[in-house]
Design a protein around this ligand. Sequence first.
Ligand SMILES: [Zn+2]
Length: 530
Amino acid sequence: MVYNTATNRFVLSNHVVLTDVATQCLTSFSLDFERTSANAKAGPHLTVNLVEVNRHAVSFKFVQPTYPGDPNGPNDPNPAAHEASQNNPVGGPQDNMLPPACSPELPSANAAADSMDGTQCPANKLVITPRRPIPQGAVFTVAVYYTGKPGVHHDGDGTTEGWFRSPDGSFVTTEPVASEDWMPLNDYPTAKPSYDFYDRVPAGKVGVANGVLIGRVQHPPTPEFPHGSVTWHWRQTAPIASYLVEDSIGNYKIRSHIVGGIKFYEVQDRAISARQQAKNLAIMHLQPGITRFESRFNGRYPFSSDGIIIGLPQASFEEEMETMITFEGGTINTDVLYHENMHQWWGDNVTEGSYSMTFFKEGMATLAEFLFAARQAEHAAGGPRTATGRGAFQQSLVRTFKSVYGQRGGFWTTAPSNPTPYLLFNFSNTYDRPGAAYIALRQILGPRNFRLALRMMQRRYGGGHITEPQLEAAFQHWLPVHSAACQARLGQFFTQWFDTAYARGGVNRPDVTGPGLAGPGFYGAGGCTR
Ligand SMILES: [Zn+2]
């Protein structure tokens, strides 16, 4: 990156280099890159100047995406093949029966969810044609040189994410898709390259990215940087999912310390008041202890570093950027830190296999908030070494489950594994319902087997991604009773908790729960036999 903080622009030779392997012969391939978005004020205005494959300039063009599996490919002449929608198949004025090619960029969170069904998807596919086909198995490099203003993206739920402008530079928080509003990439969570960041910025400004800070190099004044410039080099050798790439530039103050072999970064914008910075720092200091607590469930922490960056912009959400958690609005919150830190195992190390699996990792992060509440109850009742403390821990989880299970109205109407873009980050289906399901699974498997299931998934899928059948198979594996009836009942449990949209109202909700919890339970009368 070559970035001028004063103008908020990528300049000069700003570029990204990707090293890829061809898994099939490639006559052409595409990256995702949003040069302009529906947001006229804070959206990007970017221009691609040059694309190279193996250091040779090649031709490129931008096209609209097409629906998955379109036999005509990106050149499908039928405009209906390039329509946005919340639903599958798309709605829209002509009631197009094809699946949607993209999710709509809703102008605000107050807009009607389906107000953009049937609109045309923007031309965000950067199609690159090498001089001759790249053979299967070949390793090749792609360099994309681009300049202009990075920016934010409107989501399917009307929120914005991406490259937020701060008075002195930027603050990047991008879930689920806005990495492509500042950098061309394969914008899908299972695409997980490792990264080196070389951020050249005006002298005095600070670059903050994933992984560890390798070093910085000062440069003398130039016409673009009349007061000199500095290149910050960060490296993350572990793979990073598309929406977890962090790269913020500004007047950030970086502290770091090593605890238990893990390097913890504490980063704040200097424009935050000294009083607030001190308050924030007290909470940031909790991160090593939270990491240790969460390791008791998940197993060893998966990365060599961890950290937090607190920025000024009102980005409307915090995010689990890999090893560099973002907190917006100049403040941090302990409960949310438990949530985002849990994501380092779930979402970051073991990534969801598709967007419809978002509930899997948000449920785990919600469980971390439930465990934090239980930990506080445990401390209040005498601590983890006392029987009363341990009892209070357990009782807190039982109470949390009961309050979620007692929800009525529209709480159960969306299946966690089948949300629309509008409901992808809805609390009931993506956070609380799967979070409560994990409490029930802990009761069904027993605390020890539950931990062993989590650790098995970390070992098996760490650095990659997990599918819903793989998630369910891991819990099935650690079910203490291997009768066909209990296995079938656990299968029913998953269908009810993850995959079922219930009619609104009445007693419409899952009817398989767990031992000691509200609802019919799992074993014994009406359930399966131990
Ligand atoms: Zn989360």
